[in-house]
Ligand binder design. Sequence first.
Ligand SMILES: [Zn+2]
Length: 368
Amino acid sequence: MCERPPRPRLGGVHSSLARNGLLMLLRRVAMGRVKISAVRARMKPLVLLALGVSAVFMIASRASAREDADLEVLQIRPNFYMIAGAGGNIGVQIGVDGVVVIDAGSAGHADGVVAAIKRITSQPIRYIIDTSADADHVGGNETIAKAGQTLFTQGGGVGIGADFLGGGASILAAEKVLARMSAPTGQTQRFPAAALPTEAFIQPRKYMYLNGEGIEVLHQPAAHTDGDAIAFFRRSDVIVAGDVLDTTRFPVIDVAAGGSVQGEIDALRKLVELAIPSVPIVSREEGTLIIPGHGHICDQLDVVEYRDMITIVRDRIRDLIKQGLTLEQIKATSPTRGYTRRYGAESGPWTTNDFVEAVYRSLSQKAQ
Ligand SMILES: [Zn+2]
C-alpha cells in the first residue's frame, strides 16, 4: 500500500522551487538538522542586520539568564520569533509597546522561556494569548505573566487595574479557556489563580493594535476543543494556529472538551483563507507563515494538505457509518490509510485509533 499522501496542487502555481528556500531551512532548523547560522546566510539584509543586533545582545546577556537547552529560538520576521521545545510552539511579537507572547508552553520550561525572551529584547512582556486550555500551552502562564508588566499600571483607570494581577502581563483567551482552566477536577483546581486568563472574550473576533500592527484573535468554537483561538498578526503576516494545526500527528480532536471534526476542518479552512502563498512569483519564497501548535513552520500549501487529509478521512468514516459499520469495524478498514505512516502512532497520548474514534464520535454525536 502506498503510504505517501497525494499532493494537492494549489492552482498549479506552487512549484517545488518555492519549497526549497528559507521556509525549508527554517523547518530543518526546527527539526534540529540545520544550525541557525545557515538561516542567517539566507536571510535578506534587513533581517540579517536585525539578527546581527540580536546576536550581539544574546552574547552580552547570556551570562545573566539561565539557558534552557531544550529551547530553540527562531527569528522568522524582523519583529517576530518562534520558540520551540517548551511544549507547544510559542510565538513572540516584539515592538515599542512591549512583548506579546502567544502560548506559554509547559510549566517546566517557563523560566527558560522568560530567559529566552529577555535575551531577544529588554522590553517588558505585556500580553499572553492562549490558543487553548491545554497544559502544554498554558502551563507557563503564571511564570511568564509574573515576569511581565501590565500595560495598565499608570493610573488612568484602564481596565481592572494592575493590583489584580500584581502588575503582571495580561492573559487573553477565549472564555471557554477560562471556564476549563478554572473548573475543579476532583479535589484541586487544575491551575493556580495566577495562571488564569485575565481577559476572557466571547466574541468570534477579538482584536488589538500593539507594536504597530493589528492582531486578530479568532475563536474557533468546536475544533481541537471549544476554546481554540488562532492569532493573526497582520503586518508581520504570521498566524499562530495552536493545536488545530499539528504537523507531528493527526489533530487532537478532544470531543469531551467540545472539539469536533467539522470544527477542526472549519478552523483549517480559516487558516487557508487568511494565509497568502507566494504567488504569482513562487521563487520569492515569501508568503504568510503559520506556526502550528507542534511541529514545523507552515505555508498555506501545508495547511491545504493537512485540511484535505482530514477531510478525506472524515468522508471515509462518514460513509462507513452510513453503511452501518461499528467503530471496531471502521477501525479495521484503516480509514487513515495513506496518512498513517506520516501522522499516525501506535502508542503514546494520541494514537491513530484515538483519532479515528474521535472522528467517529463527533460524527455520531452530530447524527443524534
Ligand atoms: Zn499542544
